[in-house]
Ligand binder design. Sequence first.
Ligand code: 1QQ
Length: 391
Amino acid sequence: MRRTAVGLAAAATLMTSACVQSSSGKAEEDDTLIGTGTGANCTIDEVVKIGAVLSLDGGAAFAGSYQQQGLELAIDELNQKSGITYELILEDDKTDLQTSISATEKLLERDEVHAMIGPTLSNMAFSTYEDAQDAGVPTVGISTTAAGIPEIGEYIFRVSLPEEVALASSIPAAEASLEFETAAVMHDNEDEFTTSAFESMHQELQDLGTEIVANETFPTSETEFRAQLTKIDESGADVLVLSALPGATIPLVKQAREMGIDIPIVGGNAFNSPVMIGNLEDASENLVVGGAWSAEADTEGNIAFTESFQDAYDRPADQFAAQAYTAAYTIDEAIRASCNANRDSIRTELGRLSDFETVLGPITLSPDGEITQDPYIQIVKDGEFTLLNAE
Ligand code: 1QQ
């Protein structure tokens, strides 16, 4: 566990001001979390505790490490503004479901956090969000893109573009740009996100009238794809549409290119990572992906974010960092709206955020937790994500 923003003395004070539990198991309203003033002038004396479960080790660390940095940057910036002090309590789920469940329990029961952010994978969220919901803790997903996430309960929100929305833009955009008529599809049929994304990909291809000439599956831990790729090669497909996490994507794409399969590859959310592009090197050229953020978006906020991130961590930001950064600002906005950091107030105000300016562009959250934002469609050119529509 890492704690930031307050020292040990303050943390000790926090323990004595534990909230009162009601018979439902949810926390009663705590007057010390109600401040004075509103918006930018809101002042709350009590420290507001934000818990985050991220995958800092294991298969999803490619995203989790950026999320940690985006989140810490946002919390540092927010703590420099006057009025509200945030304590970020971070737990690593190591890309493991049981660890994710116990990490979430720690944040809910030991730390009694006021809001939560994460986890990195939808696969974990389907289990851990039930606990957050039962505890009545508003929770904001940052990369949980599978269908059905906000439906888990009224306390569950996300600032992560749903994969089905990204694909509804990226697959037609890729088709318009690449003019494919036949497609091969491949997906990891064990993971919640890759399975959900695959269903959306399949639907989009059918809607476009694209003929699916090969359809292959593999388990999450697979690293040897030559047998499936041979079938895809023989199918003569114009494009490969792939739903996989990076652990599989990297060897899969490398093996395809080594076998001389040079058709464009269209992917899902895991492709939105410079780690992936760095690992694939030349094999990543012409990968097409729809995502929630672009380094090229030239809003004042995004320019400031990309510069601060580079300065703080000596590497460029990515989408996962941008979404984590957005989640902290979104929770801050919801607290300031009624100057109240009680869980129910945060939940109500999150559901009222409309056209809130973020580094992802303007976002709106519905009362039932879903985000509306415009997707960005990108293609890898010369090792960099470039906006496809800008070509
Ligand atoms: C999900 C995802 C992953 C690719 C995030 C890292 O989108 O699990 O929903």
